[in-house]
Design a protein around this ligand. Structure first.
Ligand code: ADP
Length: 346
C-alpha cells in the first residue's frame, strides 16, 4: 500500500508540473487520472459531473477524436477555445488483442496557429502583389507585340512597363530583406557603427526623392555609436526616412535626431506629413498593411517597409514607438541598446 501510494504521489507530482494536459481513461472513457492543465486548457472544472473524458468538452471534433481512440485509432484535432487554440491527441493504450483504454494529450498551440496563419496570409499576399504588376506588364507587351499600339504611344507604354518592373524589384528586395531577418539561424555579424553617419548617408541617398516632393531634411543630435549590423541599421533609417518623405506634404520637412541615454541609443524620425489616424497605428507594422490602399496606390510602396523596420529593431534587441497627429505629422522613436562602450563617446 505504501509503495502504491508513493508511486501515485510521484505520478501526480510529475503530471501536475506539466503545462500540457494529460488524461488517462479506461475503455469506457472514465477518467482514471488527469492533471490540472487538462482542465485549464479545455476550460472545464473538475466536479462529480466531469468524470468522463466526454464531459470535459462538447465540441464535435473532440468527441470524434475520443471515439476514434476508444476504437483503437490514434486521432488528433485542433480546438479553438476562447483563450486560444488547443491541439488534442488521443492515443489508444492497446494490449495485443484489445483496447484497454486511452491517453489524451492537450497542448496549447495558440502561437503556432498564429504563425501558421501569418505564413499562409504572407504567401497569398506575395502571390497577389507579384501577380498585379506582372499582369500589367504582360498585357502591355502583348499589345506591343501585336502592333496594337500607335507609335506615339510606345514611349508611354514603355514607361508603364518600367514602373511596374520597378514595383516588382522593390517588392522582391523587401521580401528578401524580410526573409533574411526571419532566419534566426543567420549569425549576427555585429560591428561598431555610427548612427549619425548612417543617417547622413541615408539623407543624402534620399535627397533626389525629397527634392521631387519639395521636402527638406535636417539631421540633429550627436555621433552615437552602437554595436550592430550596419546594413540592418541602414534599413531602419532608410525606411523611416523614405516614409517621412513619401507621406509628407508638398513643402514639408522631416528631421532625423540621433541621441542617447546611458545604455540606449535613440533614433527619432519626425515629419510634417499627413499623419496616421489612431485606428491604424496598431496595424501599420503588419506585412502588406497600407492605410487607404486607393490613396497609397499613387504613392509607391510595398506595405513591407515598417515590418522590415520592426523586425530590424527587434534583431538589435530594441523597441519602436509611434506618435502621430492627423494632418500634423508623425514621429517614429527607435530605442536601441548600445551594448559596447567605445572611447567614452557614447
Ligand atoms: P509602404 O511601402 O506602403 O510605405 P510601410 O510598411 O512602410 O509600407 O508603411 C505602412 C503604411 O503606414 C503606409 O502605407 C502608410 O499608409 C503608413 N505610414 C508609414 N509611415 C508613415 C508616415 N511617416 N506618415 C504617414 N503615414 C505613414
Amino acid at each position: 500500500m505504501i509503495e502504491l501510494s508513493q508511486s501515485r504521489e510521484q505520478f501526480s507530482l510529475i503530471t501536475e508540473s506539466m503545462s500540457e494536459g494529460l488524461i488517462i481513461a479506461d475503455q469506457k472513457a472514465n477518467i482514471l487520472a488527469s492533471n490540472v492543465s487538462a482542465y485549464v486548457l479545455l476550460e472545464a472544472k473538475p466536479s462529480p459531473e466531469t468524470h468522463t473524458v466526454f464531459s470535459l468538452c462538447h465540441s464535435e471534433e473532440y468527441r470524434r477524436c475520443i471515439h476514434n481512440a476508444m476504437g483503437g485509432i490514434r486521432a488528433e484535432c485542433i480546438l479553438n477555445t476562447e483563450n486560444g487554440d488547443r491541439k488534442v491527441i488521443a492515443s489508444p493504450a492497446n494490449s495485443p488483442d484489445s483496447v484497454n483504454g486511452f491517453v489524451v494529450f492537450i497542448l496549447d498551440v495558440t502561437e503556432q496557429q498564429k504563425l501558421e496563419t501569418m505564413r499562409r496570409e504572407f504567401t497569398s499576399n506575395v502571390s497577389h502583389e507579384l501577380k498585379t504588376p506582372l499582369t500589367t506588364i504582360y498585357g502591355i507587351s502583348d499589345m506591343l507585340a501585336n502592333g496594337m499600339v500607335k507609335s506615339e504611344d510606345v514611349s508611354r507604354f514603355g514607361t508603364d512597363i518600367r514602373n511596374e518592373a520597378d514595383r516588382l524589384i522593390a517588392l522582391i528586395n523587401d521580401i528578401v530583406s524580410l526573409s533574411k531577418l526571419d532566419e534566426d539561424s543567420v549569425p549576427k555579424q555585429f560591428e561598431e557603427v555610427d548612427l549619425y553617419e548612417i543617417a547622413e548617408e541615408v539623407i543624402s541617398r534620399l535627397s533626389i526623392s525629397a527634392k521631387e516632393k519639395n521636402v527638406t531634411a535636417s539631421l540633429t543630435g550627436s555621433h552615437v555609436k552602437i554595436t550592430g549590423s550596419r546594413t540592418v541599421l541602414e534599413e531602419i533609417i532608410y525606411n523611416l526616412c523614405d516614409n517621412a518623405i513619401k507621406y509628407n506634404i508638398d513643402g514639408g520637412s522631416y528631421t532625423v535626431k540621433i541621441s542617447h541615454i546611458p545604455t540606449k541609443a535613440m533614433i527619432t524620425v519626425s515629419d510634417t506629413g499627413t499623419g496616421i489616424p489612431a485606428a491604424h497605428i496598431d496595424r501599420i507594422f503588419e506585412r502588406f498593411y497600407r492605410i487607404d490602399k486607393s490613396r497609397s496606390r499613387k504613392i509607391k510602396g510595398t506595405g513591407l517597409g515598417l515590418s522590415i523596420v520592426k523586425h530590424a529593431v527587434s534583431y538589435h534587441g530594441g523597441k519602436i514607438r509611434v506618435r502621430s497627429t492627423s494632418e500634423k505629422g508623425t514621429a517614429f522613436l527607435v530605442e536601441l541598446p548600445i551594448t559596447k562602450k567605445t572611447d567614452g563617446q557614447n
